[in-house]
Write a protein that binds this ligand. Sequence first.
Ligand code: CMP
Length: 155
Amino acid sequence: MRHSGRDRRKGEEQTMNQLERTLAIIKPDSFAGGHTGEILAMIEAAGFRILGMRMTRLSKAQAQGFYDVHRGKPFFAGLVEFMTEGPVVVLALERENAIKAWRDLMGATNPAGAAEGTIRKKFGTAIDRNAVHGSDAPETAAYELGFFFSGADLA
Ligand code: CMP
């Protein structure tokens, strides 16, 4: 069957604006500071669908495993210490272009350089206490979503 021009255009649009998933963490600093509710509101206002959400406290081994790509870097031990200091909220988010959209909403890794209106500008206090985490690429998102959620959770 031949597709009409309209159908084809619709198809192209769907490929360009693929629904994507990303892993977000509300880190111990923002959780302890009582900013979880406001961060969740910002996430929803930005059009993300919350597919999964769980409050947890990371063990040292879990934090090391999650941040395995940073093993060996000078800030690794401090990062693990920080991520295990208190509860976190882990989220599986879905939206068109979710990975970039969530990174844009978070702002720059270093809150000092984060744009006005971003979560890290609002709640981050230092590069190693920067309020939230987000996956940086599709491969990382797949690893990080699988780290905290099972396929059945996100079906
Ligand atoms: P996140 O997006 O969770 O990914 C790795 C984290 O390492 C990063 O946020 C920072 O909070 C933390 N970090 C600590 N020191 C540094 C640094 N010098 N450069 C980059 N990331 C750092």
